[in-house]
Design a protein around this ligand. Structure first.
Ligand SMILES: Cc1ncc(COP(=O)(O)O)c(C=O)c1O
Length: 377
C-alpha cells in the first residue's frame, strides 16, 4: 500500500475527488513544469531547434518504459480518437469481415470503426453486456474466422468491468485477427502485460489515469505496422528533420519506428513537460503498487456501500482502480447534485455511479462519501 500522496497534489481538505475516470488532477510538480513550458513561449529565443526533439523524445521513452516497449514503438498523439483513427486507417478490412466492439463502449472507439465498416463493407458486431459480467467469455465466444479485429478497452469505462486481454489476444491471433486497445481508462493505474497481450495498436489519452494534460496521448504500434500510413504528413516526423536548414530537401523517408504516426507540432512545448513530470512520478510509484493501493480503497468503499443497497461487480470481474455502484431500482435522480453540495465529486455513466479514486484520496474522503450516500439513499 502506498500511503496517501495528497501532499503532491493541490487538493483542498474539504474536496473529496473520486473522479479520475473523468479527469485526473495534475501533480504540483507537473503543474510547475507546465508553467515553465508556457513561460518559454514568451521567450522564443530560448527555444532552439534541438528542443523540438528533446522533451518529446523523453516523454516517448518514459511512456515506452511504462508499457515495456521501446521508444521506437511509440507515437505521440493529441487524443485517443486520433490514435484510433490511425489504427482504423492501417488495418485492412474486407466486405463481410467483422469488427468486434463492446456494448456501450466509449464513442471514440466506436465512430472510427463505424466509418471503416461503412467504407469497407465490413460489419460491426457489438458484444452484448453479459448478465454475469464475464466480458472475457462473451468476447471469446464472439471471435470466429470472420472477425478481422477487435477494438477493446482493458476495463469498461462505465463500471470498471475487466477483460482478460491475454486470452482475448491469443484467440484473435489464432484467427489471424488484429487487436486494437484503448487503455485510456486503465493505463497508469493497472498493469498491462504488453509482451503477452501483443496488441497491434494500443492507445491512451493521458489526462485521466496518467495524470497528464488534456490534448495529449501516446500510441504503441506493433513493429509489423510501423511502415503504415500516418493521418497527416508533417515535416517533423520525416527523416533528417533535425536539420532545419535542409527541410526543403523533401524526403520520402520517415523518422524511425512509430514516429511516422506522430501528430503535427508534437514538440508541444507547454504540455510535454507536464506529461514528463507525471510519467516520472507514476514510474516512481510503480503501476502495480498503484493498482494494489487503489484496489484496497475501492474494495473498502464497495463493502461499505453494500450495506446501503449499492451493488458492484465481484472483485474478480472488475479493475481494482474502478468501482461502479448500482441500485436495483436505479440511482436517485439528484444524486450527483446532492453530493456536489458536499464537495464530493463522482460521475454517473450508464446506470452506474463511478467511484474512481487515486493516491490522493484518504480515509476522510471515503468516510465523507459513505456518510453522504447514507443520508441520500
Ligand atoms: C475509454 C475512453 N477512451 C477515450 C477517452 C477520451 O477520448 P478522446 O481522447 O478521443 O477525447 C475517454 C474519455 O472519457 C474514455 O473514457
Amino acid at each position: 500500500m502506498i500511503p496517501s500522496q495528497r501532499h503532491l497534489f493541490d487538493i483542498p481538505d474539504d474536496i473529496a475527488y473520486f473522479n479520475c475516470a473523468y479527469m485526473g488532477p495534475l501533480l504540483k510538480a507537473a503543474r510547475a513544469a507546465g508553467h515553465t513550458g508556457v513561460d518559454r513561449k514568451s521567450l522564443p529565443w530560448t527555444v532552439s531547434p534541438v528542443d523540438f526533439f528533446t522533451e518529446s523524445e523523453k516523454a516517448r521513452s518514459l511512456f515506452a518504459e511504462l508499457i515495456g516497449a521501446t521508444a521506437n514503438d511509440v507515437a505521440i498523439i493529441p487524443s485517443a480518437s486520433y490514435g484510433l483513427a490511425v489504427a482504423a486507417r492501417n488495418i485492412p478490412l474486407k466486405a463481410g469481415q467483422k469488427i468486434l466492439l463492446l456494448e456501450d463502449q466509449f464513442p471514440s472507439n466506436v465512430y472510427c470503426w463505424q466509418q471503416r465498416a461503412h467504407d469497407s463493407g465490413a460489419e460491426i458486431v457489438t458484444v452484448s453486456t453479459p448478465a454475469d459480467h464475464d466480458w472475457t467469455s462473451a468476447v471469446l465466444n464472439a471471435i470466429d474466422e470472420n472477425v478481422a479485429l477487435a477494438a477493446l478497452p482493458h476495463n469498461h469505462w462505465t463500471d470498471g468491468a475487466l477483460l482478460d486481454l491475454v486470452a482475448i489476444g491469443e484467440k484473435l491471433r489464432a484467427q489471424g485477427a488484429k487487436l486494437v486497445l484503448d487503455v485510456t481508462q486503465s493505463l497508469g493505474a493497472m498493469p498491462l502485460d504488453l509482451a503477452r497481450v501483443k496488441p497491434d495498436f494500443m492507445i491512451a489519452a493521458v489526462y485521466k489515469w496518467l495524470l497528464g494534460p488534456y490534448s495529449l496521448g501516446f500510441m504503441y504500434v506493433a513493429p509489423e505496422h510501423q511502415n503504415g500510413n500516418p493521418l497527416e504528413y508533417n515535416w517533423l516526423n520525416r527523416k533528417g528533420s533535425e536539420d532545419f536548414a535542409g527541410l526543403v530537401d523533401y524526403v520520402d523517408d520517415y523518422q524511425d519506428g512509430a514516429r511516422r504516426f506522430d501528430m503535427g507540432e508534437r514538440a508541444n512545448f507547454a504540455l510535454m513537460p507536464v506529461a514528463v513530470a507525471a510519467l516520472e512520478q507514476i514510474l516512481d510509484w510503480g503501476v502495480a503498487n498503484i493498482q494494489g493501493t487503489l484496489t484496497q480503497k475501492t474494495r473498502d468503499i464497495a463493502a461499505r456501500c453494500e450495506r446501503l443497497g449499492l451493488t458492484s461487480l465481484p472483485d474478480e470481474r472488475r479493475a481494482g482502480h474502478f468501482l461502479g455502484l448500482r441500485q436495483t431500482d436505479g440511482l436517485p435522480k439528484n444524486l450527483l447534485e446532492t453530493l456536489l453540495k458536499e464537495n464530493i465529486y463522482l460521475s454517473v455513466r450508464g446506470s452506474s455511479l463511478r467511484v474512481t479514486p487515486h493516491l490522493f484520496n484518504n480515509e476522510s474522503d471515503s468516510d465523507r462519501l459513505l456518510m453522504a450516500l447514507e443520508n441520500i439513499l
